[in-house]
Design a protein around this ligand. Sequence first.
Ligand code: SAM
Length: 383
Amino acid sequence: MAPMGDNVVVSNMKLERMLSMKGGKGEASYANNSQAQAQHARSMLHLLTEALDGVRLSSPELPFVVADLGCSCGSNTIYMVDVIIKHMTKRYEEGGCEPPEFSAFFSDLPSNDFNTLFQLLPPYGGVSMEECLASDNHRSYFAAGVPGSFYRRLFPAKSVDMFYSAFSLHWLSQVPDVVLDKRSTAYNKGKIFIHGAKETTANAYKKQFQSDLGGFMRSRSKEMKSGGSMFLVCLGRTCSDPTDQGGAGLLFGTHFQDAWNDLVKEGLITSEKRDKFNIPVYAPSLDDFKEVVEADGSFIINKLEVFRGGSPLVVNHPGDAAEIGRALANSCRSVSGVLVDAHIGDHLSDELFSRVASRATSQAKELLEQLQFFHIVASLSLA
Ligand SMILES: C[S@@+](CC[C@H](N)C(=O)[O-])C[C@H]1O[C@@H](n2cnc3c(N)ncnc32)[C@H](O)[C@@H]1O
């Protein structure tokens, strides 16, 4: 029996001090495994520009402020901020105004790999605004990183024109305590996610999601300038039953779950150790999301819909089962690897994800056909 607990970072450490996508530029890093998010975000550009068209143009003497919440450490955030700023510049110009200066805040939890992100940022400016807007190798905005949880305040009151957040709000601020409590009816025995779990367990996740999203709405409603706008995208589901988590369910509830069970069967970890690990992700239904926005009451819903995002697996050779297996394991590791490493240590984490890869390889064809993500897309402005 392998030693247990080596390399284990305190398990009850607050999630927000620990959560991040896999940093750096390695094989399982977020920077190298976020092409699917890039594709899904690009397929929604028409919805984003619609939201941007609703932003009120303020005086060009003041900077126009954009904030990306849950920016992570890949190039997607840089691409999207650029799209937003180019679109707003065009709007000012079409209105016969000189565009203002732009300021972009890249915000994420403190353990995000901001260094990798900042290294990806092109340098600021040309000599003039026109020059830097015309050049792809320069940015036309001032950039800053903002560490902190988006479930609380991050910015001064009335300071941000445009909030953007993609593929982030399905991350809960914590795994609900009852889910980890053996005495509770919501205890998620034998499982590491709510897909296919008990109703009580899934309801505890739903409650946590709604309470977190409520905090997000309250904070943004204070920080947004009047006339500002917010464009939000997160994992969602089409089914009303929260124990069916759709694409997120397939990602975390099948091969990943089975790989944890393999470690238990092989005596590498105890079943208690597995049961103490739960993925803090909740893919809401449209109603789950809408209830919170309406209860908060600070925002008008301009658009709220479920959008078919596509597969999270981006592969060069769809007939290559091993490549698909690796893609699933890397995709899963890039987002959950930091939490897994902290729970069972790097060595067992390697073992776990190699089992995810081989299990996924044996079901590659089904995975390519069935693994589809749906997203909740919301465009909101102050009521
Ligand atoms: C999948 S990444 C999304 C990255 C990026 N927006 C994109 O489109 O590729 C999700 C990000 O949300 C961040 N996140 C999760 N919970 C958060 C919270 N409470 N506050 C701020 N960021 C959070 C994670 O750290 C992670 O970087």
